[in-house]
Design a protein around this ligand. Structure first.
Ligand code: UDP
Ligand code: MG
Length: 312
């Protein structure tokens, strides 16, 4: 029988945690009752350096229920690293990751397990509709998924971090040593046979998003630069186009001066516009290169992705 581990990253989730824990515990009991998972199956809450009462709540949950556990990171390491900390430190044949706010329907775990029993190593939870999200979040996310696909990054459309990984898939994932990790881009690269389970995403039950615009943007940039050198190539192409255009412009100026015979009027526009245009392109290009250099810098230091403080 499958031994299931559910990992829940929690960053300042005191408002939603009690309710979420209760719902997950009920689901686990029901799965055990129907013989779908083994007795040792558990829920693991990963406290990602919360500054509120999250850890106290987790300690309480672990005291009251033998199938609830807690892992406390030494500081806020970020959602992706909290997930990794969970994936690499919990036992089980199958590990499901789900957000603490239960925006992703926990009942889909049942279908994920069924697929896993059928021999599937990776099951992706995919949002059927995103009505619960704000229009901005929905449009920006969907545009982003399309952009990644165009850049050649293998990605499952509208899948975030709600997924089931088998033990074999987790062992394969452990071989990826990079510091900057975006799981939704790495997991499809693992290969293995996979399946998709659809669910409806609902609104957060309480609390506010722990992904403000700043963090969302950071994850988006990370997602592109970790998997694709396309922005670097785009700079080369841009540079080439601008060079060809300015060469043609130079030829035109010569033609206007010597063949057509009229003087090329030195105006503000014709001087300043290309100046600012080229300056802008150069700054942009430097920025993109800098982004990749920074990435190499971080990787070369080989720092730990997370540090576990204690477990209950
Ligand atoms: N989270 C985390 N560390 C962080 C930010 C978020 O562990 O630095 C967790 C958070 O507690 C939640 C999940 O990541 O369980 C997703 O965050 P949230 O629901 O706020 O994101 P959204 O659904 O708004 O994209
Ligand atoms: Mg959420």
């Amino acid at each position: 029988m499958t031994r299931l581990a559910i990992i829940v990253p929690c960053y300042n989730e005191e408002e939603v945690l009690p309710g979420a824990a209760q719902r997950l515990r009920a689901l686990l009991l029901d799965l055990k009752l129907h013989g779908e998972v083994s007795e040792g199956s558990s829920v693991y809450f990963v406290d990602d350096g919360s500054s509120d009462r999250t850890w106290n709540i987790i300690e309480g949950l672990a005291r009251d229920d033998p199938s609830s556990h807690g892992i406390k990171l030494s500081r806020n390491c970020g959602h992706q690293n909290a997930l990794l900390a969970g994936l690499f430190s919990v036992p089980g044949d199958a590990v499901v990751s789900i957000d603490a706010d239960l925006q992703d329907d926990p009942d889909a775990i049942r279908e994920m397990l069924a697929a896993h029993r059928g021999g599937v190593q990776v099951v992706y939870g995919v949002r059927r509709r995103r009505e619960a999200d704000t229009a901005f979040k929905r449009i920006s996310a969907e545009t982003y998924y399309r952009l990644l696909a165009r850049l050649g990054v293998q990605i499952v459309f509208n899948h975030a971090d709600y997924r089931l990984l088998s033990r074999r898939a987790i062992d394969a994932l452990a071989q990826y040593g990079e510091r900057n990790i975006v799981l939704r881009g790495i997991v499809p690269q693992l290969g293995f046979n996979s399946a998709v389970v659809y669910y409806d995403r609902v609104a957060r039950t309480a609390g506010v998003t722990k992904y403000p615009f700043r963090k969302m943007l950071a994850l988006a940039v990370e997602g592109v630069t970790s998997f694709s050198a396309a922005p670097l190539r785009a700079i080369t192409a841009l540079g080439l186009c601008v060079s060809v255009l300015s060469f043609a412009g130079g030829l035109w100026a010569l033609w206007a001066r010597f063949v057509h015979g009229e003087g090329v009027v030195p105006g503000w526009a014709s001087t300043m516009v290309p100046l600012f245009f080229l300056g802008g392109i150069q700054l942009l290009s430097l920025g993109v290169i800098g982004e990749y250099v920074a990435k190499i810098y971080m990787e070369s230091k080989g720092r730990p992705r997370y540090i576990i403080d204690r477990k209950v």
